[in-house]
Design a protein. Structure first.
Length: 340
């Protein structure tokens, strides 16, 4: 993170700050001259562990839930910037408890945005997922609605002090809930690696790349922007083979079938979004659709831009087993897991 991302002396709030993304972002902020970093989360044990590990007086911990507006309101008072990472992210659990996903991912995000606006936070970036594009599961649907809530705020409040933007990225390797630690555990135990569908593809990103996307949004966002990180992909079978090879074991795979709500491939940018997207190299910037509810003019004048193909994990750059091995071995967290 550069000093231009968050100005020196700023107060920053990270919701879900004890999670994989949140804790990484907190450490990057502390490595620079921020005045205060606040962490809002529900888990007091994780907060206590993190407090002891960091030992930094600039960090303040808030016990609370984004579902509770009053708690979010208290945490955002006097804050300059907010990284909104708190969410329910597990696809199967959201399939069984979809209303819980709505309460956290949709209503909780609305609370964060409204509290930021009330307390005149300069900018809030809401973290999304590729599962929000053409969603087929409750987690993806709730994250798609989170994006809509953020965009609607920008559309309906053009003079607001707070800049609200969203980001969308694919699977983050070695994050909490990632399949890679499971593969390593199975490989080290001499068990077959369990694969749902060998031909299933997923985008592959490092945690640092996800953090860089959020930083890019902070620097470049205008109200309602959606930023999408481009990424390579691999099949799940090749990912499993790569983990086995990196662990020095036979590539023994057991196909168990897809889980609740899983898709064959994930989409990061839809063709409709790409018609109005700006290509920024490693990223796509999709500006908010600022049209109002007076659609009459669009019955007479249609959209002249031609829709392109979706950007998804089946048509992005495909990594073979060797390239996935190299990518995994470049990650300190993976090397520590294999040797630990």
């Amino acid at each position: 993170m550069t000093s231009s991302t968050v100005p020196s002396g700023s107060t920053v709030l990270v919701t879900g700050g004890t999670g994989s993304f949140g804790s990484t972002m907190v450490r990057r902020l502390l490595a620079h001259d921020v005045g205060e970093v606040r962490i809002l989360s529900r888990d007091e044990l994780k907060q206590d562990d993190m407090r002891r590990e960091l030992g930094d007086e600039r960090v303040r911990f808030y016990i609370g839930d984004v579902r509770d507006f009053d708690g979010v309101d208290r945490a955002t008072r006097g804050v300059d910037y907010v990284f909104h990472a708190a969410a329910l992210k597990q696809v199967p659990s959201c399939e069984f408890f979809p209303l819980e996903a709505v309460r956290t991912n949709v209503l909780g995000s609305a609370n964060v945005i409204e509290a930021c606006n009330k307390n005149e936070v300069r900018s809030v970036v809401c973290l999304g997922t590729d599962k929000a594009a053409y969603p087929v599961n409750a987690m993806g649907m709730s994250k798609a609605l989170m994006e809509k809530v953020a965009q609607a705020f920008a559309r309906n409040n053009p003079t607001a002090h707070t800049v609200v933007s969203t980001v969308r990225y694919g699977n983050v390797m070695m994050s909490r809930g990632s399949v890679i630690p499971l593969f390593v555990e199975q490989a080290k135990a001499g068990q077959p690696l369990t694969v749902t569908d060998p031909e299933m593809t997923r985008f592959l990103m490092s945690l640092d790349e996800a953090v860089q996307l959020v930083e890019h949004a902070f620097v470049n966002a205008t109200p309602g922007d959606l930023f999408i990180r481009k990424a390579p992909a691999s099949t799940i079978a090749d990912l499993a083979r790569a983990v086995a090879r990196a662990c020095g074991v036979d590539e023994d795979i057991n196909v168990i079938g897809t889980r609740h709500g899983e898709k064959l491939y994930e989409t990061l940018a839809t063709r409709e979004e790409l018609t109005r997207a700006e290509d920024q190299g490693d990223y796509f910037r999709v500006a908010v659709d600022a049209r109002n509810l007076n659609y009459g003019e669009y019955f007479d004048e249609g959209e002249k831009r031609v829709a392109r193909e979706d950007y998804h994990s089946h048509n992005t750059d495909r990594l073979d087993v060797g390239h996935v091995v190299a990518l995994l071995e470049s990650m300190p967290a993976f090397r520590a897991l294999v040797t630990g």
